[in-house]
Design a protein around this ligand. Structure first.
Ligand SMILES: CSC[C@H]1O[C@H](OP(=O)(O)O)[C@H](O)[C@@H]1O
Length: 366
């Protein structure tokens, strides 16, 4: 997307062809810092420490991580070690394994001497494919926003209100985003869209990333506490919800940032359409019951007990928000059962969150 008019991706090959560069998302929204990744360890750290995050971007970064690893050592053993190092960084987003498997498919059967060039090429393809997938999700989802706007307009409304959770914008992908791609497409088409931005505790990806990118693009938005959405829905202030996903099962269960399930419950209770933007690499065809089968990442509790922001002097500071000695828990994701999902917005179209719905768009997996 554009930052101050300049087209920008979240990850790109360095000009010297020896590294990749990323936006360090731990420094947003107040600082724009890029980081150069030169080694497998650099890529693994970037994923684990969430300099890059978001299922598709995690996958793209892992793919480039395999290319950086091959540059150092293209042997079969090194490939296996690199796969395992990257796969162990974060457990929930299936795009990580998907991308690593894609790289092994591309590299496994070819001579070691060809592996570096092929790895860079496949990683670049994965990045470009992500951009194309997300743009298509944007086109398919924008039709839903347009329909909601037509209904809102008929009621005398002056805008259409979309609620989203966490960050599933272009900062969560290589470009366009998933849940926010329809918002950008609708906004660029002149539809008066407004976004309720869940701050998304504990890491505040909504407040620090979604608000940041909507601000850059000029999309009207309001940052709200995570617990506000139900109230807004009760008062008719949300026309539809669109969220992202880190892993969706073949039955349509949706794993996403913690708190998504509660938003879906409120949407169901208030008859608010609840859509999930779903790029196909995020579908885990091997899993049926999301609640029982999807591993939920538990992260360092200091993400819960501390917050980082800008003080009155403009300095970036971290403060403790809980009493010394109070235990904390930090589960990163939850699973929204398919029964609470109105539809899945994929690059191939919109379908019900069901095996039958997915089969219509992905018959090769039926
Ligand atoms: C388009 S995937 C975005 C997805 O990833 C986020 O998790 P995290 O920031 O921890 O990587 C969140 O679940 C978003 O919905």
């Amino acid at each position: 997307m554009k930052i101050n008019g300049t087209p920008t991706r979240t990850i790109w090959p360095a000009a010297d062809g020896q590294a990749v560069e990323i936006i360090d998302q731990t420094r947003l929204p107040h600082e724009f810092v890029t980081v150069r990744l030169e080694t497998l360890a650099d890529a693994a750290h970037a994923i684990k420490a969430m300099l890059v995050r978001g299922a598709p971007l995690i996958g793209a970064t892992a793919a480039y991580g395999m290319a950086l690893a091959a540059k150092a050592n293209p042997s079969d053993l090194a490939l296996t070690v690199s796969y395992n190092v990257l796969h162990s960084t974060r457990p929930t987003a299936i795009n990580l394994k998907w991308a690593l498997d894609e790289m092994i498919k591309a590299l496994g059967g070819i001579p070691e001497s060809d592996r570096v060039a092929v790895a860079w090429q496949r990683a670049a393809e994965i990045a470009d494919e992500d951009v194309a997938i997300n743009s298509a999700i944007g086109d398919n989802g924008a039709k839903l926003i347009k329909a909601a706007w037509d209904q809102a307009k008929a009621r005398g409304a002056t805008q259409v209100n979309v609620l989203t959770h966490c960050n599933a914008g272009w900062l969560a992908t290589v470009d366009w985003g998933t849940a926010l791609a329809p918002v950008y497409k609708a906004f660029d088409a002149g539809i008066p869209v407004h976004v309720w931005v869940d701050e998304t505790r504990p890491r505040n990806q909504g407040a620090s990333l979604t608000a940041r990118e909507l601000n850059w693009h000029g999309v009207p938005h309001t940052v709200i506490a995570d617990n506000t959405g139900g109230h807004l829905m009760q008062h008719g202030m949300v026309d539809l919800c669109i969220v992202g996903t880190d892993r969706t099962t073949r039955l349509g269960d949706v794993c996403n940032k913690i708190g998504t399930y509660l938003k879906a419950l409120a949407a169901k209770d208030n008859n608010v359409p609840f859509y999930v933007a779903l790029p196909s690499p995020t579908i885990d065809w091997t899993v049926a019951d999301g609640v029982k089968e999807i591993p939920i990442e538990e992260r360092d509790v200091t993400e819960q007990t501390h917050m980082t922001g800008k003080n009155a002097d403009g300095a970036i500071v971290t403060v403790q928000v809980t009493p010394d000695g109070s235990p904390a828990g930090n589960w990163g994701f939850d699973v929204t059962p398919a029964r609470l999902v109105t539809g899945l917005i994929t690059e191939r179209g919109v379908c019900p969150a069901s095996p039958e719905g997915l089969a219509t768009l992905f018959p090769e997996h039926a």
